[in-house]
Design a protein around this ligand. Structure first.
Ligand SMILES: O=C1O[C@H](COP(=O)(O)O)[C@@H](O)[C@H](O)[C@H]1O
Length: 250
């Protein structure tokens, strides 16, 4: 299991540049070894930060990418609340990922059926495996510490028998969503969290310094587990909470 490494950046632009550099390396390595790069991404504030530098990267072979959503809101794909729409506008409109490799919610289905269909879509790419092993999962974090659509004290935190689950009672609107479950997220080779803004600083202090349990804090990864925070989000995290013994500025 990967050790958690927390990095504080002077700006969201610095996070975008570092994400771009990591993704270029991970993508090239995965494509060289398996012929494809499997990535799952969150919605919220992540797509804009992710795409700022990456969308102009011409060295990456986007034709070999398979992009999934770490969670999705059960709304039409062109709805303002759709995570896919946010990723499409920020990134997919600018880079040549084949449309057939962008794995979207089947919005015409009821949430329970849409979750089952999404798991089938994962199986079509990852094959007959016990769990998919994503090359990279990029996650956001809400001010309540949720990640994907795994919210504090929600029964979905305990789901272990499915790759994808649905909920109808998300405390953050919209209420109906689908989400990857912990077994899938924690089986990724690399997980990178991205979080910005002073509204999250108390939560990060509680999670990293006091050991308070939040859904995002339960995430692990097989090889790399990075937390990329901007300074307003990281300002209350103590130096001893970082792997290097001092806050690392990447
Ligand atoms: O509702 C959601 O919120 C989280 C966090 O969003 P942020 O705007 O605080 O970054 C996001 O990661 C998730 O994908 C989304 O569905």
């Amino acid at each position: 299991m990967a050790a958690r490494q927390i990095f504080s950046f002077p700006s969201s632009k610095a996070i975008s540049d570092t994400l771009d550099a990591h993704i270029a390396v991970l993508s090239a390595k995965a494509i060289a070894s398996s012929g494809k790069f499997t990535i799952a991404v969150s919605g919220g504030s992540l797509p804009t930060i992710l795409a700022a530098t990456l969308k102009s990267n011409t060295t990456i072979d986007f034709s070999k990418w398979h992009l999934f959503y770490a969670d999705e809101r059960c709304v039409p794909l062109d709805h303002a609340d759709s995570n896919h729409l946010a990723v499409q506008r920020a990134l997919l409109d600018h880079v040549p990922i084949p449309a057939a490799h962008v794995h979207t919610l089947t919005a015409s289905l009821a949430p329970a059926e849409a979750a089952k269909r999404y798991e089938q879509d994962l199986r079509a790419v990852f094959g007959d495996v016990a769990l998919p092993e994503f090359d990279l999962i990029l996650l956001g974090v809400g001010p309540d510490g949720h990640t994907c659509s795994l919210f504090p004290d929600h029964p979905l935190l305990d789901v272990k028998d499915r790759w994808v689950a649905h909920l109808l009672d998300s405390p953050k609107p919209p209420p109906a969503r689908i989400t990857l479950t912990y077994p899938v997220v924690n089986n990724a080779e690399t997980v990178i969290f991205v979080a910005t803004g002073a509204g999250k600083q108390d939560m990060f202090h509680d999670m990293f310094d006091k050991g308070v349990d939040f859904p995002s804090g339960r995430v692990t990864a097989r090889k790399n587990l990075f937390w990329f925070l901007d300074e307003p989000a990281a300002v209350k995290v103590s130096a001893r909470s970082t792997e290097a013994g001092g806050r690392t500025t990447a």
